[in-house]
Ligand binder design. Structure first.
Ligand code: COI
Length: 376
């Protein structure tokens, strides 16, 4: 029995052999290879958050009138756990993800999930399923906490019952093992978020609303959609489910910009980390709006030398080509640029425990805290 933060998560027996696990993890595409367990908690008006437990990962029994299914009162997070070369396990910035989870919940009138409980749940699941985190530095454990309205009632009001689940899956990069520069499609037809809406919350509906545009992007031979503001359709906001950065100038004169958090953009934890890391490297960094036309002209006259997207799932992905209904252009020479590569190495190095972690972003899990070697 392990007591984590006063919560009793009982360890469970593993029913999957080491060979079976290795076979499932051989080529783990994003979102497919789930580990054996999950954390579950419930909320009611009488009890608040209650019944914390580690349970086998598996299907749920839901009433057809479950509020979350009908009215989308659902928020989630995405964070990652890594195994280091010397066999320690860390989670990247769980407290920052806990804060964003709480803010997303507030926006959808879901009872707040306390940050400490969030981190305890992460600790419990990662420790329980630690054997699933492979040694392969290109593979990590993606943690997916979700909060949904579980009351069976179709009155159009915030539900009176909620469920928290934390599951985990093993994953290589979001864009496969060997990422290549992305070709992106700037849509002026669809928009992701509007002022006063839910764009800065990580709620389920924000993602469902992107599929149609993503399908259009794929038809245009592109990997992802560039989202523009919903009013003027010219201010660049995000890329797919990721934040965007631009490198202006080169060498000693390079500076970094990213669109400001206007309320319609997701405040990315990776975005925040890169703002800090770039400043550590001595790069000038600003949160600065940019239009699609400024992006095009900047690339054509050489003022913009690189662009990249970032997020938990994707890490850092360089952008090689931008396509629009009225034409396309390359960013730099279309390949990953020097600043993108440098930031990418730095972020990966910190997450894999190969480089110092001056901002204490890596949260140790389980016996790693005591410096013990784990049995796998
Ligand atoms: C992430 O980057 O972790 C996301 O949540 C975006 C998407 C894969 C859902």
């Amino acid at each position: 029995m392990s007591f984590i933060g006063g919560i009793d998560f009982r360890p469970l027996q593993s029913r999957i052999s080491a060979q079976e696990r290795a076979a499932r993890c051989a080529s783990p595409a994003f979102g497919h290879v789930f580990t054996e367990h999950m954390v579950s908690m419930s909320w009611s008006r009488e009890l608040g958050w209650n019944k914390p437990e580690l349970v086998p990962y598996g299907p749920l029994e839901l009433d057809p009138a479950t509020v979350g299914l009908h009215y989308g009162q659902v928020v989630f997070e995405g964070l990652k756990a890594f195994r280091t070369d010397d066999d320690r396990i860390f989670v990247f910035r769980p407290e920052a993800h806990a804060r964003r989870f709480r803010r997303s919940a507030q926006r959808l009138m879901i009872p707040e999930f306390p940050d400490e409980l969030f981190v305890r749940a992460v600790d419990a699941l990662v420790y329980e399923d630690r054997a699933w985190i492979p040694d392969d530095p290109n593979v990590s454990l993606y943690l997916r906490p979700i909060l949904f309205a579980s009351e069976a009632a179709l009155a159009l009001r915030p539900a009176h019952e909620y469920r928290f689940l934390l599951m985990a899956f093993v994953t290589e990069g979001f864009f496969g093992q060997v990422p290549r520069p992305l070709t992106v499609w700037a849509t002026t037809e669809y928009s992701r978020a509007a002022t006063g809406g839910t764009g800065e919350s990580k709620c389920a509906g924000n993602y469902a609303g992107t599929y149609l545009a993503q399908e259009q992007a794929a038809r245009e031979g592109c990997d992802q959609v560039v989202w523009l503001d919903s009013v003027e359709r010219r201010w660049v906001e995000e890329l797919g489910g990721m934040n965007l950065f631009f490198v202006h100038g080169r060498g000693d004169r390079a500076r970094l910009t990213t669109p400001p958090l206007t309320g319609t953009l997701l405040p990315g934890v990776t975005r925040d980390a890169l703002l800090v890391l770039a400043a550590d490297l001595g790069l000038a960094v600003t949160e600065e709006p940019i239009t699609l036309d400024q992006w095009r002209r900047g690339c054509l006259d050489g003022e913009i030398s690189e662009a990249f997207a970032c997020g938990t799932a994707a890490g850092i992905s360089s952008i090689g080509t931008v396509r629009t209904a009225s034409g396309s252009w390359n960013v730099g020479d279309g390949a990953e640029g020097a600043v993108t590569a440098q930031l990418s190495r730095l972020l990966l190095g910190i997450r894999r425990g190969e480089l110092p972690d001056p901002h204490h972003w890596m949260h140790p899990v389980g016996p790693a805290v005591a410096g013990r070697r784990e049995q796998r």
